[in-house]
Design a protein around this ligand. Sequence first.
Ligand code: NAP
Length: 434
Amino acid sequence: MSVFRIAIVGAGPAGYFAAQALQNLQSDNRKFEIDMIERLPTPWGLVRSGVAPDHPKIKTVSKVFEKIATTEGFQLFCNVELGKDLTVEELTSSYDAVVIATGTSRGRKLGIPGEDLRGSLSAADFVPWYNAHPDYVDVDVPLDTDTAVVIGAGNVAMDVARMLALEPKELDVTDTANHALVELHKSAIRQVHVFGRRGPEHAAFTSPELRELPKLEHTDVEIGECDIKDALERANSQGELPKDVKSNLDAMMLIAQTPEKGNERKLNFHFLASPIEIKGKDRVEEVVFAINEVREGKVVTTADTYSVKTGLIISAIGYEADPIPGLPYDGGKVSNVDGHIKDTNIYVVGWAKRGPSGVIGTNKSDAAGVMESLIGQLNEPKPRQDLSEKLRARGVIHVSQGAWERINATEVATGEPLGKPRVKFVNREEMLGL
Ligand code: NAP
């Protein structure tokens, strides 16, 4: 029987689904020993630091991750950074294959004047701030303004807008970071405006997310009914409506036709507007939009503009990878062909492979396909080397599965009397001491 050793770098959904695919590909004559390496002291990637706190159901996928992690042959090495504590070459020479599942953590920039003013930030900073990511505790999020602007018409923009527009009491029973909860309770924001540069028919939101908006108890959600009627007309003139577009437009029409509840907190959606400049002296004061039109199915920018007074702008316009030394990058992701880096034993899965698209489940079939091609290229197993010993010799304290289970249990136990699913640690030293 051959026992192959695989290093998976990144303990998010893509990494776990790659591990699961390998476990499923084991047979009487082929076994896998999997070492999962993660930069943070905690695993679960975006399920922990990305998924919105008011969406606890999505996080139940972590039960699947824990099942994978407690299957024979799997070891967890959190608090170990590729490119700092270990090199890519060390992994490729000591493992039969290396799987990169490190995602895309940098926010794409708008590239417009004023973007670096205080009060203009990326969802890539704001989301991990409210989700207790240890590297984002000190992000400056000025909430002392009555109006916030969110740029982008995708699900991240939607999460960000909801987090800003919700009555903070609704977040008290979630795992929102304590530091963020304190600030959100003090927040002066009462109007949140979301801007898409194309029409409602082109929005990247998904309909389940849109359909939950009219159910918000303390926030009135507004979409112009005319905007949706126009979008329907334009989309219908292009031929039969794709199912997802129809479902989105139906959900938006429902929002448009839901009577206002008279809440002070408002969440408004606007379309066909591209931000072209952010104005302000020491911080954001105003954002200028160019008005766009759809002509023969194409979105074109007109010479007309309007501006919105605001003290906070969050752009949620996609992500790109933070490069790791020793890996090739292109277009914001790891250069790969169908999840393989040419002439190497390195494979790539998840957002690091295909860019920031798809929901958590998308990674399952994606990783399974890449792992099929990985096993097709395995030869003789390499001699075994112990990663724990190497890390110990370098003075790197790693968080094992057992240590993570202690962190997890402590967080859950701390949350229980408060009616929360958990209270997340944000301090690395505290986590390493458990
Ligand atoms: P996304 O779905 O790709 O949306 C990005 C949005 O940014 C698009 O509306 C895009 O408009 C806009 N945009 C890009 N560049 C822009 C610019 N320069 N100016 C103005 N707007 C710009 O990305 P995402 O929201 O980051 O989400 C990433 C993935 O995670 C998606 O697959 C999403 O569904 C998933 N996700 C899912 C959930 C959930 O299931 N609840 C939650 C969060 C994220 P154009 O279309 O015009 O390019």
